[in-house]
Each structure stands twice: as structure tokens, then as C-alpha cells.
Design a binder for this molecule. Structure first.
Ligand SMILES: C[S@@+](CC[C@H](N)C(=O)[O-])C[C@H]1O[C@@H](n2cnc3c(N)ncnc32)[C@H](O)[C@@H]1O
Length: 248
């Protein structure tokens, strides 16, 4: 399965591929009490930044799994650059069937719950890798406010209004699946800007530097509309956050 090249281009300068900042990843690590030697599995780890930050700050031992070769390469380079190659292991694989050989303290999937067919299926998958009492981390979008029109839903880059829930509904659904929500860290407009607005410069630079590339017309069209759509809809209506969960 290939990841559309558009993502590799638009997120070329990003180390964090979700609307989170370093500060929020650190806050999350503090909030769940990561400690030296704790084992963390990150499914769909992107460029590995979450594991690298937690290895630097908290001394965790991380394993990341991602399917996109350029992201895997970037993650390995980042771990090596930070002197973490012996603490952060990055594997190129489809994470949808991935189960850790040894149970881990923390199992995460932030921004890719399609790998388990949705939040609940992904929790079931993470559970297969967790030690008893371990913590699952799920990063997921939610409606801060229900968009009032179909155009507003589309402007949020979401398929349909039903494709997301509100935060309280998200919490209820994981509780109903047998998990306690024990912590959470949420994105805000600033962390959204660092994820979304930072893509526009990457797209513009790619178009300038590769005028003959077949993706340029599509990317050019995106750059024409994306900033307005984001400011009008996504920034206002769409939230994102990480829930920390322990099985009852
Ligand atoms: C929104 S990004 C989140 C990455 C990372 N968690 C972060 O926040 O920086 C989604 C990631 O899922 C990866 N991905 C998508 N499908 C996957 C699969 N089946 N197995 C492993 N990784 C997958 C993509 O390559 C991408 O890195």
C-alpha cells in the first residue's frame, strides 16, 4: 500500500505529522509519567519524533512502525542525529497487523486509527501489545463544534459529519468499550497552525522547484483554496487530541 506522494511533499519540513507541537508531546509524556526504561510502541510513527522526544526527555525505549519509506528513513536519521539509535528502533511495515513480541508499557497510535478500522478497533490492536495495566494512547480528530453546512464539513477535510464525533462522544465510546480515560492532551489553534499552515510553504516551494512535476497542477489548486478553507472552517470546527487509556 502506498501513501499518496502529496503527503510526503506537503509534510516535507514537518517532524510531527499531526497538529501537535514538541511542547505538547512533552506535556503528554509528563502527564502519563513516562520514566526511564519504559517501553513504548508507536504504530504509524511517521518521522519518529514522538519517540525521539520521549527518549531524550524521559529515557524511554521506543519502537516505531510506519509504512511510508521516506518517513521511516527520516525517523531513523532523526534518531541517529540525536544519538538515540540504540533507544529508538524504527521498522518499515504495515502497522495494521502489528503486535509487539514483548508486551510494552505504552502502545500508541496517534493520527492513524484507520489501521484498526477506527478508534475501537485500533484500541483492540494496541491492547494485544500492552502489558496488563499499560497505557494506550489514541490521537484522533473530533468536532469542537458541529459544522453547520456540508461545505463546512468538506472545508474541514472530513468526509462527512458522521466521520467524526465530538470529544465527549469520543470519550463515551472508548469508555463503553471497557477503557478508562486517564489523561488527555489536546491541540489548540497554534498547534494546528504549525501542522497545517506549515504545509503551504512546502507546497509552494515544491511547485517552484519542480514546475514539470505531474502533481503541480493539483498542488497549485490546493494552495489557492486551502488557506481560506482552513481559516474559515478547519481551524474553528476541528479539534484533535490524544487520549490516554487504561483497560478496566
Ligand atoms: C497523520 S500521520 C501521523 C504520524 C505520527 N503519529 C505523528 O503524529 O507524527 C499518519 C502516519 O500513518 C502512516 N501510516 C498510514 N497507514 C499505515 C499503515 N497501514 N501502517 C503503518 N503506518 C501507516 C503514514 O505513513 C503516516 O506516517
Amino acid at each position: 500500500m502506498g501513501i499518496p506522494r502529496r503527503f510526503t511533499i506537503a509534510e516535507s519540513s514537518h517532524r510531527i505529522l499531526d497538529p501537535f507541537t514538541e511542547e505538547r508531546i512533552r506535556t503528554l509524556g509528563d502527564a502519563i509519567g513516562l520514566s526511564p526504561g519504559a517501553t513504548v510502541l508507536d504504530l504509524a510513527c511517521g518521522k519518529g519524533e514522538w519517540l525521539c522526544l520521549w527518549a531524550l526527555d524521559h529515557g524511554i525505549l521506543g519502537t516505531g512502525v510506519d509504512i511510508n519509506p521516506p518517513f521511516v528513513e527520516a525517523a531513523r536519521e532523526r534518531a541517529a542525529e540525536l544519538g538515540l539509535a540504540d533507544r529508538v528502533d524504527i521498522l518499515e511495515a504495515d502497522a495494521s497487523g502489528w503486535v509487539s513480541k514483548d508486551p510494552v508499557d505504552i502502545a500508541a497510535c496517534c493520527g492513524a486509527t484507520w489501521i484498526g478500522g477506527g478508534v475501537l478497533g485500533t484500541l483492540d490492536r494496541l491492547d494485544l501489545s500492552l502489558r496488563p495495566g499499560g497505557i494506550a494512547l489514541i490521537g484522533e480528530p473530533y468536532w469542537r463544534e458541529i459544522p453547520p453546512t456540508p461545505e463546512a464539513v468538506r472545508g474541514c477535510q472530513v468526509e462527512s459529519v458522521e466521520a467524526c464525533t465530538t470529544l465527549d462522544e469520543l470519550i463515551e465510546s472508548v469508555q463503553g468499550h471497557g477503557w478508562d480515560v486517564v489523561e488527555m492532551v489536546l491541540a489548540d489553534e497554534h498547534s494546528w497552525d504549525r501542522y497545517v499552515a506549515a504545509q503551504w510553504l512546502n507546497i509552494r516551494r515544491f511547485c517552484d522547484e519542480n514546475p514539470e512535476d505531474e502533481l503541480v497542477p493539483e498542488l497549485r489548486a490546493e494552495l489557492d483554496v486551502a488557506p481560506v478553507q482552513y481559516a474559515r472552517y478547519q481551524r474553528r470546527y476541528l479539534g484533535w487530541g490524544v487520549l490516554a487509556l487504561q483497560k478496566r
